[in-house]
Ligand binder design. Structure first.
Ligand code: NAI
Length: 335
């Protein structure tokens, strides 16, 4: 019997967000995905209309549906409003950010057979936005790490590793310098590891980790990082597999999950029909797996891999000349 459809919340976002959302929705429709949408505005477009990055009603709708697919939203550097992403992650307690980084056939990079999974703690660390000027000369930012937050992120990493049949979880930290904050994160990781004797637990200092990642990334399996290092290292890992245009992600909490690409709103190419929708599309594939539409998820993923492997229709970020629309049509044709 055909399962009924799932209602998800869609946020198109800013910059290239609306165009890649259109492409993704066309592919989802053509794939037979059993989903319906509640649309919520968030980002600059919402600020211009309502003065808020996301309205309380919008946030309620994300909460009610439990699952959202989100396009990128613009956050001005320096002044201006607080990041909508940070607001959503905190309000829904989306305590981990999950980013698979797996080499895709047909995408040329200096690295072959990369297959790692990044679990980034998503709420704490320096992301509280607790910053102030102590004096005209001295700016201070507060870094907050809790044992409870570190424990649940570590448990998520080990549980996911076990579910996916992965062998090693590596905690990435700077506990040699930040002995108390990163020391707490590392100790929580070691304590949780005691419950997962079937999975190897290792740790590495973040600077060495970066060097190892750009030398021999195949040595890593699951990486667990505090928020700020996780943010930086996951973009580095996106580079290992071919760049931001293909790097998918998900923000996951106990009650809700928001699936979104790693990249931002790419204002430099917005509105030109050049954006690569793959990262948002592969995020939607993870969403389909999350809502247990595995058949459709596989169909879309296989089609994407086929189009990229054939190599005729790549967007510019991957060295091709295809427009967003050309590529979208090719993925639909190969479903
Ligand atoms: P960005 O990821 O938007 O762009 C970096 C470079 O990658 C640009 O040259 C862009 O053209 C290219 N690029 C990104 N996505 C692409 C795609 N799908 N296809 C082809 N090329 C792509 O990062 P940037 O410029 O630092 O940030 C722009 C805005 O996005 C900022 O306001 C930032 O705060 C926001 N942002 C939002 C995120 C989110 O909503 N999840 C995540 C990261 C940044």
């Amino acid at each position: 019997m055909m399962k009924s459809s799932t209602k998800i919340t869609l946020i198109r976002g800013d910059g290239i967000g609306p165009e890649i959302s259109d492409a993704v929705m066309r592919i989802l429709d053509a794939s037979g995905a059993r989903i319906t949408y509640d649309e919520v505005e968030a980002g600059l477009c919402c600020i211009e209309k309502t003065g808020q990055g996301i309205t309380p009603e919008g946030m309620d709708l994300i909460k009610r549906n439990g699952v959202a697919l989100k396009g990128p939203t613009t956050t001005p550097v320096g002044g201006g409003h607080k990041s909508i992403n940070v607001t959503i992650r905190k309000a829904l307690d989306l305590y981990v950010n999950l980013r698979p980084c797996k080499s895709i056939p047909g995408i040329e990079t200096p690295f072959k057979n990369v297959d790692l999974l990044i679990v980034r703690e998503n709420i704490e660390d320096t992301y509280g936005g607790i910053e102030h000027m102590q004096s005209a000369d001295l700016a201070q930012c507060l870094r907050l790490i809790t044992r409870s937050g570190s424990l649940r992120a570590a448990r998520f990493a080990f549980e996911t590793a076990r579910k996916l049949g992965r062998k090693t979880v590596t905690c990435v930290h700077k506990a040699n310098i930040m002995k108390i904050t990163d020391g707490l994160f590392l100790q929580a990781f070691r304590d949780v590891a005691e419950d997962y004797k079937d999975i190897q637990a290792t740790d590495i200092i973040v600077d060495n980790c970066c060097m190892q990642l750009v030398s021999k990334p195949q040595q890593f399996d699951v990486l667990l990082l505090p928020n700020l290092f996780g943010d930086i290292v996951s973009d580095l890992c996106a580079g290992l597999i071919g760049g931001l245009g293909i790097a998918a992600g998900a923000n996951i909490g106990a009650q809700s999950a928001v699936f979104e690409a790693v990249h931002g709103s790419a204002p430099d190419i917005a509105g030109k029909g050049l954006a690569n929708p793959t990262a948002m599309l592969l995020s939607a594939v993870s969403m389909l797996r999350h809502i247990e539409q595995l058949d459709v998820a596989d169909r879309i993923e296989n089609s994407v891999f086929k189009v990229l492997q054939e190599g005729k229709l790549k967007t510019r970020d991957l060295g091709g000349r295809a427009s967003t629309d050309d590529y979208t049509r090719a993925v639909i044709a190969n479903l």
